[in-house]
Write a protein that binds this ligand. Structure first.
Ligand code: ATP
Length: 434
């Protein structure tokens, strides 16, 4: 079984990720996050928000609506250009994205397995919907294909109300939708997904310098959340990949189980976005520096990462199998800040549940903590190793006497006796840092 199959199985069985509407056969490109998945996802988004917004003076947050005035997508170029090339196989009738055909994919109908493809046609990836009771095209609207357009639309409002001025950034986490021709590789490419995007507005002369600084910051963050350094690399967009307006663009690629693929884009978009919205809306989006009186349209450095892709990268990095005392085990070496549970409290016997529950309740004031009283202690350890819980706290019969518990480390399996009185500080320091 390859890594991806193992991960999909673990996610399904342990409550991380399920196919959406499974009892009706599912729906391609849509996924549900179960009890552990939602915790991991929230931890990931919180870590991004903490680093990108709360720890900085120069970046503020936004939560805009998913549906915007459709003119937005005309101005952004999505209506005219957000296409992928699509081909059909005349034999098996399946549809493919022309630039992503797997050479090993055989036609199920043709005798030699060779597909008989039509000429590529351009397929627009935006998901359409209708607003209000009218049935004509005046009610057409789009589910946003990226979260950043509203950041551009709200640029002036945010700048003034937050008392910011260039250089400053606006960050947003939210859903995006793309009618991908072939959603695949689990949550890597889906039709509904979430993005964490930041647009940094700068004086044109400062663009490249800020761009380089953001590249460094973003790579550092990805390492910091626990992605293996050997699985991260830069990919610079060549002249054929670079959007016509972009000055310079890099992707951070990650080695997923199915090859090196884009995880995050860091793009210097010049003044394309604000200029285009100025032209289409007739509302000037330029900025006048009060000190120099210079008027200019700010340039934009964008950092854009998919929550779901990042989560898959975390799981891929974290998945390990090893042997402890002759027993095989699976473990997720998630960083303690990311793990769905920060700790699990395990009474050695059900008779000890009451005092152990009290310890769990105390830890739960600031951390997500599981209480698990069923099964042998070894099985409970394995269960928590497999979902990435960094610390297991065992309450045994001696605990009654010495007011100490055993804390077991997921990765080393080493155990330590810790006083109940200092336990909360001990665990918070191990999970949240000093
Ligand atoms: P790709 O070339 O893989 O289709 P893209 O270059 O179109 O991606 P961007 O428009 O740069 O992607 O989107 C920014 C980020 O949003 C990507 O780096 C990725 O993490 C995430 N993303 C984009 N499309 C999807 C998708 N269909 N499913 C999940 N995440 C996505």
């Amino acid at each position: 079984m390859d890594l991806m199959d193992k991960l999909v199985g673990l996610c399904l069985n342990r409550g991380f990720i399920y196919p959406s509407s499974e009892i009706y056969g599912g729906i391609a490109g849509f996924w549900d996050y179960g009890p552990l998945g939602v915790e991991l996802r929230n931890n990931l988004k919180a870590a991004w928000w903490q680093a990108m917004v709360r720890e900085r003076d120069d970046v503020v947050g936004l939560d805009s609506s998913i549906i915007a005035n459709p003119q937005t997508w005309v101005a952004s170029g999505h209506v005219a250009n957000f296409h992928d090339p699509m081909v059909d196989c005349r034999c098996c009738k399946r549809r493919f994205r022309a630039d992503q055909i797997d050479p090993d994919d055989a036609c199920s109908e043709a005798p030699g397995g060779e597909h008989d493809f039509t000429e590529p046609r351009q397929f627009n990836l935006m998901l359409k919907t209708r607003i209000g009771p009218a049935e004509d095209s005046s009610s057409d609207a789009y589910l946003r294909a990226e979260t950043c357009q509203s950041i551009f639309l709200d640029f002036k409002r945010v700048m003034t109300s937050a008392r910011q001025k260039p250089p400053f950034g606006i960050a947003q986490v939210g859903k995006a939708f793309r009618n991908e021709i072939t959603p695949r590789n689990f949550i890597f490419r889906s039709r509904e997904f979430e993005q964490m995007e930041m647009e940094y507005f700068v004086h044109p002369d400062e663009g490249l310098e800020r761009f380089e600084a953001w590249r460094e910051t973003r790579m550092g963050w990805l390492r910091g959340i626990g992605l293996a350094e050997s699985k991260l690399r830069w990919h610079e967009h060549g002249p054929d990949e670079l959007a016509h307006y972009a000055k310079v663009a890099y992707d951070i690629e990650f080695e997923f189980g199915f090859g090196w693929q884009e995880l995050e884009g860091i793009h210097h978009r010049g003044d394309h976005d604000l200029r285009s919205h100025t032209e289409h809306s007739g509302k000037d989006q330029s900025y006048t520096d009060p000190d120099t009186k210079q008027r200019y349209t700010p340039h934009v450095v964008e950092t854009s990462i998919g929550v779901d892709r990042c989560l898959l990268a975390l799981l891929t990095s974290a998945y390990h199998q090893d042997e402890v005392g002759g027993d095989k085990r699976t473990l997720l070496r998630l960083s303690p800040r990311m793990a769905p549970f920060s700790a699990a409290v395990l009474p050695l016997s059900k008779k000890l549940s009451e005092p152990a529950q009290r310890i769990a309740a105390d830890l739960r004031r600031r951390l997500n903590v599981d209480f698990d009283a069923s099964g042998s202690i070894g099985r409970r350890y394995r269960r928590h190793d497999e979902i990435g819980t960094p610390l297991c706290v065992t309450y045994d019969f001696d605990s009654q006497e010495d007011r100490k518990v055993t804390v077991r480390d997921r990765d080393t399996t080493e155990q330590e006796r810790v006083a109940v009185d200092g336990l909360r500080d001990y665990i918070e320091e191990r999970v949240l840092g000093p």
